[in-house]
Design a binder for this molecule. Structure first.
Ligand SMILES: Nc1ncnc2c1ncn2[C@@H]1O[C@H](COP(=O)(O)OP(=O)(O)OP(=O)(O)O)[C@@H](O)[C@H]1O
Ligand SMILES: [Mg+2]
Length: 301
């Protein structure tokens, strides 16, 4: 049984289709990274899976429980950290945990134990009486995570948990996610950071509401055929322009930081001999560009 499974999950807002026929199958105990540009439908998908938004059509299940029928039972199985953490700024750290413990109806003995565990996990034992408003991003984020897993949910949905958080806190947060996954928790996490996505067991790319790729990072990379070249460029846009003008046929070409990336057939390598290129393995960012472009081409046909 999958931890999360959807078939043609769809959500419309009026006539606008925010999530279009998304079919997912997430294995128990795995970390599933959900990637896509702004407005592509990540949060909407997660909200449907958490029972906050109704499905327009399609179906889904969480640990075999049906999204449309078993909403109440599902709520007890999941933890949800929303994109805008729902902490109360004017409550202390401890009071926020208490609030969530009450919401999950934890009994007093269990509540005490779990609150301590969460304070420890977040590294907030000594700051329990501080007002939440005074915590910086990374601390707030760990407190929000603690609040969302007080009831030991087997499935955890994290919607951009590391947005606006410094790199050190991001790493710390991911250490916690790995520990949860090792202990058996299934984690579905949205992120804009490709380095985070690299460490997921599987990745889904959503674009304009459509799931355009869904596989392990290694398999997604394998699907890029050809040889990928990195050519340093002082002005990547200018270099791109000059390639276009020369009408050199390539599989793909795009600016990438302070270089351009060119995807070619191995037979073409000679044509590029006078460029200062390096052959590189595709990163997830390359994979993402590739899928988005293929989808755009498909849509414009
Ligand atoms: N309640 C709503 N009413 C109308 N449109 C909505 C509503 N919620 C979301 N949308 C639209 O649906 C699309 C998908 O939004 P969603 O929040 O799921 O994207 P996202 O991938 O989470 O983006 P981001 O990376 O910015 O968080 C957007 O175009 C958004 O404007
Ligand atoms: Mg979002």
């Amino acid at each position: 049984m999958y931890a999360v499974e959807t078939k043609n999950l769809t959500r419309k807002f009026g006539s606008f289709i925010a999530v279009n026929n998304v079919s997912l199958a997430i294995k128990p105990g795995s970390i599933y990274g959900f990637l896509g540009p702004n407005g592509s439908g990540k949060s909407t998908t997660i909200k449907m899976l958490c029972g906050i938004l109704e499905l327009t059509s399609g179906s889904g299940s969480i640990l075999g429980l049906d999204l449309a029928r078993d909403g109440e039972a599902i709520k007890r199985k999941i933890g949800y950290m929303s994109q805008k953490f729902s902490l109360y700024d004017d409550l202390t750290v401890k009071e926020n945990l208490e609030f969530y413990a009450g919401m999950y109806e934890l009994h007093s003995a269990e509540k005490k134990i779990r609150m301590e565990e969460m304070l420890e996990m977040a590294g907030l034992q000594n700051r329990r009486n501080e007002l939440t408003v005074n915590l910086s991003g990374g601390w707030k984020q760990r407190l929000a995570l603690g609040c969302s897993i007080l009831h030991k949910p087997p499935i955890l949905f994290l919607d951009e948990p590391t947005g606006g958080v410094d790199p050190k806190s991001r790493r710390l947060f991911w250490d916690i996610i790995y520990q949860l996954a090792v202990a058996g928790t299934t984690v579905m996490v949205t992120t804009h950071f490709m380095d985070e996505a690299e460490h997921c067991d599987e990745i889904g790319f959503i674009y304009n509401g459509n799931l355009i790729a869904n596989d392990t990072p290694a398999n997604l990379k394998k699907k890029i055929t050809g040889v990928l070249l990195e050519i340093p460029a002082d002005n990547p846009m200018e270099m791109l322009q000059s390639f276009m003008e020369k009408k050199i046929s390539v599989l793909d070409i795009y600016p990438y930081g302070t270089s351009i990336h060119v995807l070619i057939l191995v037979e073409q390598l000679e044509e590029f001999a006078h460029y200062n290129y390096k052959i590189i393995p595709p990163s997830l960012e390359d994979v993402f560009v590739h899928y988005v472009k293929s989808k755009r081409k498909e849509l414009s046909k």
